[in-house]
Design a protein around this ligand. Structure first.
Ligand code: G2I
Length: 452
């Protein structure tokens, strides 16, 4: 994929990466150097860009043409699930999944395995089991399937969707849950024993922002890390629509999981909608992953809108004919650090002098376009070192924050505040740190700053 890259280009990219790392910023490749496919661009950030694949569509040349061209990771959409791989107890069937894995291998793409243990899409025989018989069948299933694909899977969704929706923050009731609360860690241990090289993930939906459900998963991961249960990553499905939009704290939520010492992955991204609004959301999702060092990659849940499990919502990057949508261009531009939408705000030209007293000031560089904006806020310490800071501002009516980086936001419309995250709370006297946010409507021109 990168064989045509010249040594000069490598140096340019390395220099850009070093500069960006020094600035704590997202790596930005210049437009002239921009990669032209999702996978190639993600690879320049050390990440993958993948898609869910259905084996029966591989003979469709439009479908497989886009697949081979754009994506450097694949997830079998249904072919590795329990009902597909063990339709009769003890008798395994890998034909369709093997087909996907073979094609990925031929293209140098990674494979995300999905999913070893899940309450849904179980074969009928498993649905009829309970207690020890089900527990043993589950462990055998995990062991057999992970062994069959040993060494070929980048990341496994070992357990999928085990937490309840709503406010409980607890486990979902299921036949697997009724075998005992330890079923999840037992599944992870069996997977590690069978394929020690694969990253082992917990994967779920409605966990994309901080809420009761994601707090429940967070507590489980924290507990697993503390007790040495082998978990390496958390998957955030990221199925978004008008009722469940990309949360304003998406990046912050990915970051808090990463801070537990696991990788994070966007595993089933799709965003219902069309045009600029959809494009902006895709760009935000991409930028969130790029801004989190331990975000390994992004998988979209299908190629063309017509391939989607919710095709009527046109949630993907290619239309039914395989043409690139505005959402595609926005995702690629965001990967390339580029400008549609939105453009990277220019660095502010006049740096105000640091405030003379203790405390801090906040100044805003605003990149405004019709209907949306990106604000880059510089927080500057006064005569004393800051141990923490909060910037406050008021958005005009009808405007709201959709995404922020390098800060924890509170509120998304009206009076909004942004506080430091763990790594940028300490600011030396006279020194500055920056955070940013994106929104719809009109961006603010001024902000207050409070030292903590
Ligand atoms: O529901 C969206 C996804 C939520 N997270 C877990 C994913 O595994 C899940 O994927 C979807 C597939 O995209 C669908 O293709 O999972 C569905 C089942 O839970 C899949 O749908 C099933 C249909 O229900 C079956 O009738 C059909 O035989 O796809 C099967 C194969 O086409």
């Amino acid at each position: 994929m990168d064989t045509t890259r010249s040594p000069r280009r490598r140096r340019v990219l390395a220099a850009a990466a070093a500069l960006a790392a020094a600035a704590g910023a997202v790596t930005v490749a210049s437009a002239a150097e921009a990669a032209t496919t999702l996978g190639a661009s993600a690879a320049e950030h050390g990440r993958y860009f993948g898609t869910a694949v259905a084996a029966y569509k591989l003979s469709d040349s439009t479908y497989s043409g886009i697949l081979d061209r754009e994506f450097n990771s694949v997830t079998p959409e249904n072919e590795m699930k329990w009902d597909a791989t063990e339709p009769t107890q003890g008798s395994f069937s890998y034909g369709s999944a093997d087909q996907i894995v073979a094609r990925a291998k031929a293209n140098g793409a990674k494979v995300r395995g999905h999913a070893l243990a899940w309450h849904s899409q179980q074969p009928g025989w498993a649905q009829n089991l309970s207690g020890t018989a089900l527990r043993n069948a589950m462990v055998n299933h995990v062991t057999q399937v992970a062994t069959h694909y040993k060494g070929q899977i980048d990341s496994w969704d070992v357990v999928n969707e085990a937490f309840a929706d709503g406010g409980s923050g607890g486990r979902r009731d299921s036949n697997l849950q009724r075998t005992g609360n330890d079923w999840i860690e037992v599944a992870f241990r069996a997977a590690r024993a069978a394929d020690p090289a694969a990253k082992l993930c917990y994967n779920d939906y409605n966990t994309d922002g901080q809420n009761a459900k994601s707090n429940g998963v967070y507590a489980m991961v924290q507990d697993f890390k503390a007790r040495g249960v082998p978990i390496d990553c958390v998957g955030f499905q990221s199925h978004f629509n008008a009722n469940s939009p990309l949360p304003a704290d998406y990046q912050a939520n990915l970051q808090r999981f990463a801070d537990l010492g696991v990788d994070v992955q966007i595993t089933e991204l799709d965003i219902e909608g069309s045009g600029t609004a959809q494009a902006n959301s895709y760009a935000s999702a991409v930028r969130a992953c790029l801004a989190v060092t331990r975000c390994n990659g992004i998988t979209v849940w299908g190629i063309r809108d017509s391939d989607s499990w919710r095709a009527s919502g046109t949630p993907l990057l290619f239309d039914g004919s395989g043409n690139k949508k505005p959402a595609y261009t926005a995702a690629l531009d965001a990967l390339n650090g580029g400008s549609t939408p939105p453009s990277t705000p220019p660095p502010s030209t006049s740096t105000p002098p640091p405030p003379t007293g203790s405390g801090c000031t906040a100044t805003i560089a605003l990149n405004q376009w019709t209907g949306g904006f990106v604000a880059t806020v510089k927080v500057t310490a006064g005569a004393s070192r800051l141990a923490g800071w909060t910037a406050g501002l008021t958005l005009s009516s009808g405007s709201s924050v959709t995404n922020s980086w390098n800060a924890q936001s509170s509120g998304s419309s009206g009076a909004v505040s942004f506080s430091n995250v763990a790594y940028n709370g300490s600011v030396n006297a006279g020194a500055s740190t920056e955070f940013g946010f994106q929104g719809t409507g009109t961006g603010p021109s001024s902000a207050t700053c409070t030292a903590r």
